[in-house]
Design a binder for this molecule. Structure first.
Ligand SMILES: [Zn+2]
Length: 343
């Protein structure tokens, strides 16, 4: 299935910094059905599918990815992931309350909603979510009683100047028009409102795929990433849309030698199998993992000893204090963290 119906028009300029210096970087397979070519911006380093996959392709890819996760899940792993998300939400709630005692937060791509639930249960903040999956969004609305807007941020047309804090973790790398997306976030934030973004760093996160490609292989883009920012390109994209970057760093440098192949580490190993098929994955029987969430199970989650303050301190807060955070100018780190304010 190698036709090109899965992609749209080609970008003539970089959606992050507006430069027209785009150069071919590598080919990847976005599932077996959708081959993509990535360009790199010579000015800011942003690396992205060009042309981008269509909204329909992205929807298919995302559904297939959710199904792939679900197929590997057991009730125990589902509970554990929810518990971890809930605890992280509680810890963010504390930080938020230090900044503002109360306000309105919006979590983009809220998935099962347990992170938002953690914020809601531990602060005076009101929390809403946005989720593209109807199944997940309905669960968040009905079971967790958190208002969840079902759809894409760009399609929902939420009201102007409405939110104090927007959470955008592991999401912007899946968007085919990140410039439009950032403008939309700016519009719905209140003046002085903030956006917190976590996204992979093009420098280190793409390094293994680049090395594979340079040695004649086509890497699988199984996490459905189509837009890789560098710290520079994220900062520029935020600033040209009216934000002031309050804090930014890169982190998760653990595998830096292996990823870049420095000092002889990290031998390139060709992928053994073809990329999985999105359509075949979607034909797998549905795993009813959300069914574990009875009212009793939700209570168990909220009262679990591993969502308490002590556990949170030594499993999350303490490791965070020791996480190596490198300045954006160093071209390493798997992830980028950015906190920006609407001015
Ligand atoms: Zn650029």
């Amino acid at each position: 299935m190698q036709n090109q119906n899965h992609v749209g028009a080609k970008y003539e300029f970089c959606p992050a910094c507006k430069s027209s210096s785009l150069k071919f970087d590598l080919n990847v397979n976005y599932w077996n059905e959708f081959p993509l070519a990535f360009d790199r911006c010579a000015d800011c380093g942003a690396t992205f599918a060009n042309p981008m996959p269509t909204d329909q392709t992205i929807a298919t890819g995302n559904e297939a990815l959710v199904r792939l996760y679900e197929l590997a899940k057991t009730p125990e792993t589902e509970f554990r992931e929810a518990r971890q998300a809930y605890l992280r939400g509680k810890l963010l709630a504390r930080k938020l309350m230090k900044w503002k005692y109360s306000g309105r937060a919006l979590e983009l791509g809220c998935y099962h909603g347990f992170y938002s639930l953690g914020i809601k249960d531990s602060s005076r903040w009101e929390v809403e979510g946005v989720e593209i999956s109807k199944k997940l969004g309905t669960f968040v609305n009905e079971k967790l009683k958190i208002k969840c807007h079902i759809g894409t941020l760009e399609g929902l047309r939420l009201p102007d100047n409405s939110y104090d804090f927007i959470i955008c973790h592991d999401l912007i790398e899946h968007i085919n028009r990140p410039d439009v997306f950032i403008k939309e976030i700016f519009r719905i934030l209140k003046p002085g409102g903030r956006i917190q973004i976590i996204t992979p760093n093009a420098y280190q996160d793409l390094a293994p795929s680049r090395r594979l490609f340079d040695q004649g292989h086509t890497p699988h883009m199984l996490l459905n990433h189509i837009f890789y920012f560098t710290p520079d390109s994220l900062k520029t994209a935020l600033e040209i849309n009216g934000f002031k970057v309050v804090k930014q760093y890169s982190y998760y440098i653990q595998h830096v030698l292996k990823d870049f192949g420095w000092l002889g580490f990290g031998k390139v190993i060709a992928p053994k199998d073809a990329s999985p098929s999105a359509f075949e994955t979607l034909r797998q029987p549905m795993n009813a993992d959300l069914n574990i969430w009875t009212d009793a199970k939700l209570e168990e989650l909220k009262n679990h000893k591993k969502v308490g303050a002590f556990y949170g301190f030594y499993r999350e807060t303490l490791p965070e204090l020791f996480t190596v955070k490198v300045p954006p100018s160093l071209k390493i780190g798997h992830e980028i963290y950015a906190l920006a304010q609407k001015i």
